[in-house]
Design a protein around this ligand. Structure first.
Ligand SMILES: [Zn+2]
Length: 152
C-alpha cells in the first residue's frame, strides 16, 4: 500500500505582471473612448466609487498595485457592460488604469486567458475577485472619502 501520496504542488503566481500598455497610450484610450461613452465618470456616485475602492483596500483587484504607489485607480466591470454586466457594486472591482485598459471589454474568460499567458494563477485570482465583490460596502466611509476628495 502506498502510504505517502506525492506532496500537493502549490503554485504561487507572481504578484505583479506587466501588461504591454504604455501609460500615455492607456490614458489616451481612457480619454477618448471610455466604456460609458459620453458619461465620463458620472455613471456612478462618487461615494459608491470610493466605497468600492475602500472595500478592495485601494488596490487593483487584478495585479494588487496600490493607489499609494502612484497608480491611478479605476472601477472595472467584472462582466463588461457590453456583455450584460451591470453597474452594481457586485459587478465592480477596483482596477489600476493599466489592467483596466488591458482588459477593455474582454469577457472574464478572455481576460483570464490573457493573464494566464503572463503567468498569473487565475484560479486564485478568480476566487479572490469573487470574495471581493461579495464584501459589503461601507457606504458611510465612501461618503466620507468622496467629501475629502471633493474638498481636496
Ligand atoms: Zn492592475
Amino acid at each position: 500500500m502506498e502510504k505517502h501520496p506525492p506532496p500537493k504542488k502549490t503554485t504561487v503566481g507572481p504578484k505583479k505582471f506587466s501588461i504591454p500598455v504604455c501609460g500615455s497610450i492607456s490614458l489616451l484610450c481612457m480619454a477618448n473612448g471610455t466604456r460609458k461613452a459620453g458619461q465620463g465618470s458620472k455613471w456612478i456616485r462618487p461615494s459608491t466609487r470610493q466605497a468600492i475602492y475602500h472595500r478592495d483596500g485601494f488596490c487593483c483587484a487584478y495585479c494588487g498595485e496600490a493607489a499609494e504607489h502612484g497608480h491611478v485607480l479605476t472601477l472595472d466591470h467584472v462582466q463588461a457592460c457590453e456583455l450584460g454586466g451591470t453597474n452594481d457594486p457586485s459587478n465592480l472591482v477596483t482596477a489600476c488604469l493599466s489592467c483596466n485598459s488591458a482588459k477593455r471589454d474582454l469577457s472574464m474568460r478572455d481576460w483570464f486567458a490573457l493573464l494566464r499567458d503572463k503567468g498569473v494563477d487565475t484560479t486564485k485570482l478568480s476566487a479572490k475577485i469573487r470574495r471581493a465583490v461579495r464584501r459589503p460596502l461601507d457606504r458611510a466611509e465612501g461618503r466620507r472619502l468622496a467629501r475629502i476628495r471633493k474638498s481636496a
